[in-house]
Ligand binder design. Sequence first.
Ligand SMILES: Nc1ncnc2c1ncn2[C@@H]1O[C@H](COP(=O)(O)OP(=O)(O)O)[C@@H](O)[C@H]1O
Ligand SMILES: [Mg+2]
Length: 307
Amino acid sequence: MKELWVEKYRPNTIDGYVFVDNAQREQVQQWIRDGSIPHLMLSGGAGTGKTTLAKMLINELGVDEYDVMYANGSKEARKVEWVDKLINFCQTMPFGAFKIVLIDEADYMNPNSVQPALRNLMEDYSQTVRFILTCNYPNKVIPPLHSRCQGFHITKNDHTEFTARAATVLVTEGVEFDLDVLDTYVKATYPDLRKCLNLLQPNSQTGRLLAPSSADKSARDWRLDCVDLFKHGRVREARALLCQSAGPDETEEIFRWMYDNLELFGKTVEQQDQAIVIIRDGIAKIPLVADQEINLSATLIELSQIS
Ligand SMILES: Nc1ncnc2c1ncn2[C@@H]1O[C@H](COP(=O)(O)OP(=O)(O)O)[C@@H](O)[C@H]1O
Ligand SMILES: [Mg+2]
């Protein structure tokens, strides 16, 4: 079976990693130079590189594989029984300078049992064990854990670097592509690089990146078609498609996506500022309207009237 690009191109050194900005890059470089990290809380949206950053750090710090414990907060580490295993791991001496406990999706750990149990462990073993927690929703992690970790929030990766990363993968795979076609994929998925690579791969099998409309239906995301329509000024059709494809509980996510892709609604800064205000008004109305489709539709009409 062919390897998934998301795994094949998960950078394990700092070079291939796309940072939000220079400040974050420098922070990570500093940890690598120091050869150590504080307890970390990596937060941010799906596919923005939290797990990748954690694994890259473990690799760059040269931590012995026996000194690393991986767990997932939505799986084994959800239940309190797992804590015994964790204590056992913390109690034994590390092979190298320190051990690392990487808990992915830590926001799913039980906030009444597992999360409070971590509190003491983080302090008792801080000399020899460092924790890296990743989460999509930092507000689901109890405050005592936040106060024991240094926060590292991945907002949105740089748009240009995001595009460059996707382009690098295509070039490395020997796939030919038009920049405009790639841009459509980027706009539909930004800032989720995982989703972007997962959409590019099946649409590149002929050795040429296919435009969304000629690609295999099953591998397609309606957002792609939507971006395509917007880009060609077919706003009415884009609106219809968006409203018909978005599930009722997806509304907030759609607004967020629109906010992440302001270029769709105007080229100038002023137009994009106007778009933000319209999107904000639309979000504010979500709890007030009975029919989310009407609200979304009305917001899109206002967005298309930006001049
Ligand atoms: N900042 C990034 N730099 C480079 N590749 C990334 C980045 N973010 C995501 N990716 C790509 O997307 C895939 C999924 O990223 P991952 O770190 O698992 O996301 P999550 O934030 O959901 O943990 C990775 O395997 C990698 O190929
Ligand atoms: Mg992850």
